[in-house]
Design a protein around this ligand. Structure first.
Ligand code: AR6
Length: 180
């Protein structure tokens, strides 16, 4: 287990993150959308959509739920955007497995592309409706695995409420580790 203290929680807009890779909460078509996806596409500029369009698609799907794809960051400070697709809660089967897998696939891509720093939004916690307390615990659990110790991981939480939920989940994880 990685020390949870290495995970940073930030209240703010992920498009302003100064990291090697910013993770986008994308949809399977990967050509933009609302929420954090819309904000990242707006901030990165139109070349991001063109780069996404060039990613191989099967029946219009560029990235199935639980997977991730990487493009340059263009006008962002971040060198890369990692587009991760989380589950639609109550619509996709096995939402926990898919959420874990979306985080793990993003971290794997970051390491494979020599990133040292990565910023995540709360994947699936907006339009996709994942219960936020559960999502926070899952996100922090995946990110604290030993295999990602080469990465400095931040979460950008957009509201005071989301920040408080993540802080609470981090405290609970620290307490569990102390009592082991
Ligand atoms: N920085 C950080 N977090 C943000 C930002 C921002 N600039 N903007 C919103 N959030 P969502 P999802 C938060 O809906 O649930 C899109 O249309 C937001 O408050 O962006 O995975 C895609 O195209 C929430 O806590 O992502 C997909 O169709 C969190 O980011 C679908 O929505 C995630 O909310 C994906 O849904």
């Amino acid at each position: 287990m990685l020390s949870p203290k290495k995970i940073r929680l930030v209240h703010g807009d992920i498009t302003r993150a100064e990291v090697d890779a910013v993770v986008n909460a994308a949809n399977p078509v990967m050509l933009g959308g609302g929420g954090v996806d819309g904000a990242i596409h707006y901030a990165a500029g139109p070349r991001l959509r063109e780069a996404c369009r060039r990613i191989a698609a099967v029946n219009g799907v560029r990235c199935p739920p639980g997977e991730a794809r990487i493009t340059p960051g263009f006008n962002l400070r971040a060198k890369w955007v990692i587009h991760a697709v989380g589950p639609r809660y109550r619509l996709d089967p096995e939402p926990e497995r898919l959420l874990r897998s979306a985080y793990a696939a993003s971290l794997r891509l970051a390491l494979d592309n020599d990133c040292r720093t990565i910023a995540f939004p709360a994947i699936s916690c907006g339009a996709y409706g994942y219960p936020v307390e559960e999502a926070a615990a899952i996100a922090l659990d995946v990110c604290s695995e030993q295999q990602w110790q080469g990465l400095a991981i931040s979460f950008y939480l957009f509201s005071e409420h989301m920040l408080a939920v993540w802080q609470q989940a981090l405290r609970q994880m620290e307490q569990r580790q102390e009592t082991r």
